[in-house]
Design a protein around this ligand. Structure first.
Ligand SMILES: Cc1ncc(COP(=O)(O)O)c(C=O)c1O
Length: 445
């Protein structure tokens, strides 16, 4: 591995040459797979990300921020034009009236979440929604006061849970149960999670698990885990940040109590886009649950009567607090329209093939330098592969920096993990082959 904090021009040029003269055999395989890919035309519906020089990047970072669909601009422009032309009248008279704007996202979100339309709502951002859900569904009582999460959960989730515990006067050191993979393993075994749920059973108030774990890319067996959490008498909540739009979900049938997500990753709705929330219909009309209320959760027919007393809408919409952020929800509508045409079933099929192709190239060409920590079985992962480089830590990070300089965009999670995701809506098999070529060059000693 070459040393030095920054990639030199000579190195970049070398990598650039590799990118234009890829491994012939794998490039031919990729070209063949692309030629047979019925979803390939969807890539043209997205703006390719470009580097400072204007060259197209190989974008494998949809697990962090999805690319912009070309139709997005039209959706946002429509709202700007209606606001310019109509002012406040746009609430009723905009082409897509603003008062019920969030309702337009419900069919698409319901299809992706495996839910009824009344069980989903586009609102706020992920962590805010997690707090709102915990206000209603984390009800510690007596010994049933603990929250189970995975070790190395996304920090925002952990902060939110710890602060909720403290809000209830509970010490996170005692009441937050974090389950880690076995020594030497990266993924959590379902059997270990089940054993932990059983062991902690009477003490568990909430089990909060990710659909797909942000660091390892592990897809959890949600059906089994939700059933176990509920059988233990706990509430089952799911963080779908890395799962929605990535893998098929059946939240209603699985009987999850609630779920939360953001829309800027696989849903391509742009930085800071409006998030989402699922509340199972079992809870739709519950009046015994406390909630942090706001006027947008109040009975629609009487919202503008300005009642002093709150009367929640039945269903997920009843957890809304404020009026919908139209400008950040417009890109979500553009994206959901594309998902509707592509179909999550077909996207998942392509995703499995793309990720399998990446796994195969890495394992055959980079076995000595790269360890894939994401589970190898397709049922246990989505688009993302998390890689660890068998190099000293600073050198591993330089490898990531060289990869970036070579025009391949993934991301780095300290201390040692490179994440790459091939997204079926806009990535090709050729993207994958070229990225592995670049990784091979970047990892050279
Ligand atoms: C798993 C997970 N949880 C929570 C968050 C925080 O999301 P937000 O900033 O939208 O609240 C993220 C953001 O990437 C995430 O990946």
């Amino acid at each position: 591995m070459r040393h030095g904090a920054r990639t030199s021009r000579r190195e970049s040029a070398a990598i650039e040459r590799t990118l234009t003269a890829p491994n012939d055999r794998d490039a031919a395989r990729a070209a063949d797979l692309d030629a047979r890919d019925a979803l390939a035309p969807f890539a043209a519906e997205f703006h390719p990300a470009r580097g400072a020089s204007g060259r197209k990047l190989i974008y494998l970072c949809g697990h962090s921020l999805g690319l912009q669909a070309k139709s997005t601009e039209g959706y946002v422009a429509q709202e700007l034009a209606d606001w310019r032309r109509l002012g406040v009248l746009g609430h009723h008279q905009a082409a897509r009236p603003w008062i019920p704007y969030h309702e337009r996202a419900a069919p698409g979100l319901a299809a992706l979440a495996g839910a009824a339309e009344s069980e989903v709502v586009a609102m706020n951002s992920l962590t805010v929604n997690l707090h709102l859900m915990m206000v209603s569904f984390f009800r510690p009582q007596g010994v049933r006061s603990r929250v189970l999460i995975e070790k190395s959960a996304f920090p925002s989730d952990r902060y939110a849970i710890a602060s909720q515990l403290e809000f209830h006067g509970l010490d996170p050191a005692e009441h937050l149960v974090e389950i880690a993979p076995r020594p030497g393993e990266h993924a959590l075994r379902t059997e270990d999670l089940l054993a932990c749920i059983e062991r902690e059973g009477p003490r568990l108030a909430l089990v909060l698990l990710p659909g797909v774990q942000y660091l390892t890319g592990q897809l959890f067996d949600l059906a089994t885990l939700i059933a176990a959490a509920r059988a233990a008498g706990a509430v089952a909540g799911i963080d779908l940040a890395h799962a929605i739009g990535n893998v098929p979900l059946r939240l209603h049938d699985w009987d999850a109590d609630f779920a939360v997500w953001c829309s800027y990753k696989y849903l391509n709705a742009g930085p800071g886009a409006v998030g989402g929330c699922f509340v199972h219909e079992r809870h739709a009309r519950r009046r015994d649950l406390p909630r942090f209320a706001g006027w947008w959760g109040h009975c629609k027919a009487r919202r503008f009567d300005m009642d002093p007393d709150f009367s929640p809408i039945a269903g997920a919409e009843g957890w809304q607090v404020s009026n919908p952020p139209v400008l950040s929800a417009a890109p979500l509508l553009a994206s959901l329209e594309i998902f509707g045409r592509a179909g999550l079933g077909r996207l998942r099929e392509k995703s499995i093939a793309l990720t399998g192709f990446m796994q195969n190239l890495i394992e055959t060409r980079l076995a000595r330098t790269v360890e894939i920590i994401t589970p190898g079985r397709e049922a246990e992962r989505g688009c993302q592969l998390s890689l660890r480089l068998a190099l000293p830590q600073s050198t591993a990070k330089q490898c990531y920096e060289r990869l970036t300089a070579a025009g391949v965009i993934g991301d780095w999670r300290e201390p040692d993990t490179l994440r790459l995701a091939a997204v079926p809506l806009y990535n090709s098999f050729r993207d994958v082959a070229r990225a592995v070529d670049a990784l091979e060059q970047a990892a050279l000693p």
